[in-house]
Design a protein around this ligand. Structure first.
Ligand code: IPE
Ligand code: IPE
Ligand code: MG
Length: 248
C-alpha cells in the first residue's frame, strides 16, 4: 500500500504556499457532463474522469496537510437527473470506495459521509458504511463526501433533532445547531472552490459557508489537478478575512 508523505515546509514555500493553509476546504465538483459532451462522449464518462480527478485531489489535500476536505458528490436535487445517469454515478462511487479504501486507510484518512444514505442503493450504502467503519479512528485528513446532501435538508434535520431532544427555545443557539449538523466536530469551513464556471452554492454547506471564502474556476472538474488546487489556495491566502471586524 502506498504511503504519501506530507510536503515539507520547504516544498510548500516552493509552491508559493506561504502562510496558513485553509483547515477545511469544500469543493463543488462541477462540469463532468460538459467535459464529456465536449468530447462527444456520454455524460457518465465525464463522471468516470471526475473520479480520477477526485483520487488525485484527495491525495494532494493529504500531502498539503489540510485537515478536512468536503466534496459535493450528489445533491438532494440530483435525483431529478435521468435514472441511468444517477445509477452510473452511484456505481462509480461504489467502485471508487471499494478500490481506494485500503490506500486511504493506510494514509490515515478518515471517511465521513454528509447526507442521508438511507435512500441509496444497498451497494452504495454498504461500501460507504464499510469505508466509515474501517477509517473511523484515523487522525489524518477528514475526507467528507456529501452524498444525497442538501444544505437546507441538513438544517431541517438539525432542527427536528433539537426539537425531539426537548430543548427550550431560549437554549437554542449557533453552537447547538452546528453540533446537530453533519459537519459536527469538523473544523470551520474556510474555502469553497467551485469548478466549471458557475458561481452559486447549489445547496452546498449553507450554514457552514457563513464566513468561507469563495474561489471559482472555469476549469471543468475532470481537468482539475493539484496545480489548480494549489492556485485556489494561493488565491485564498491573498484574501483579508475580517469576520465583521475592522482590520488595520
Ligand atoms: C458534477 O458534474 C457532478 C455531479 C453533479 C454529480 P455535472 O454532471 O453537474 O456536470 P455539468 O454541470 O452537467 O457539466
Ligand atoms: C452541484 O452541481 C451538485 C454537485 C456538484 C454534486 P449541479 O450541477 O447539480 O448544480 P446546478 O444544477 O448547476 O446548480
Ligand atoms: Mg453541473
Amino acid at each position: 500500500m502506498r504511503i504519501y508523505e506530507r510536503y515539507t515546509q520547504k516544498e510548500l514555500d516552493g509552491f508559493g504556499l506561504k502562510g496558513s493553509l485553509p483547515e477545511h476546504v469544500g469543493i463543488i465538483m462541477d462540469g463532468n457532463g460538459r467535459w464529456a459532451t465536449k468530447r462527444l462522449m456520454p455524460r457518465p464518462m465525464g463522471h468516470r474522469a471526475g473520479m480520477e480527478a477526485l483520487h488525485t485531489i484527495v491525495r494532494e489535500a493529504h500531502c498539503l496537510g489540510i485537515k478536512a476536505l468536503t466534496v459535493y458528490a450528489f445533491s438532494t436535487e440530483n435525483w431529478q437527473r435521468p435514472m441511468q445517469e444517477v445509477n452510473a454515478l452511484f456505481g462509480l462511487l461504489t467502485e471508487y470506495f471499494e478500490k481506494e479504501i485500503n490506500e486511504l486507510d493506510a494514509n490515515g484518512v478518515r471517511i465521513v459521509v454528509l447526507g442521508d444514505l438511507s435512500p441509496m442503493p444497498e451497494k452504495v450504502r454498504n461500501a460507504m458504511q464499510k469505508a466509515i467503519e474501517i477509517t473511523k479512528d484515523n487522525t489524518g485528513l477528514s475526507f467528507c463526501i456529501a452524498l444525497n446532501y442538501g444544505g437546507r435538508n441538513e438544517i431541517v434535520r438539525a432542527v427536528r433533532n433539537i426539537v425531539k431532544a426537548g430543548y427550550k427555545a431560549d437554549s437554542i443557539d449557533d453552537k447547538l445547531i452546528s453540533e446537530n449538523l453533519y459537519t459536527a466536530g469538523l473544523p470551520e469551513l474556510d474555502l469553497i472552490i467551485r469548478t466549471a464556471g458557475e458561481q452559486r452554492l447549489s445547496n452546498f454547506l449553507l450554514w457552514q459557508a457563513a464566513y468561507a471564502e469563495f474561489v471559482f474556476t472555469s476549469t471543468l472538474w475532470p481537468d482539475f489537478d493539484p496545480f489548480e488546487l494549489r492556485k485556489c489556495i494561493i488565491e485564498f491566502m491573498k484574501r483579508t478575512r475580517r469576520f465583521g471586524k475592522v482590520v488595520e
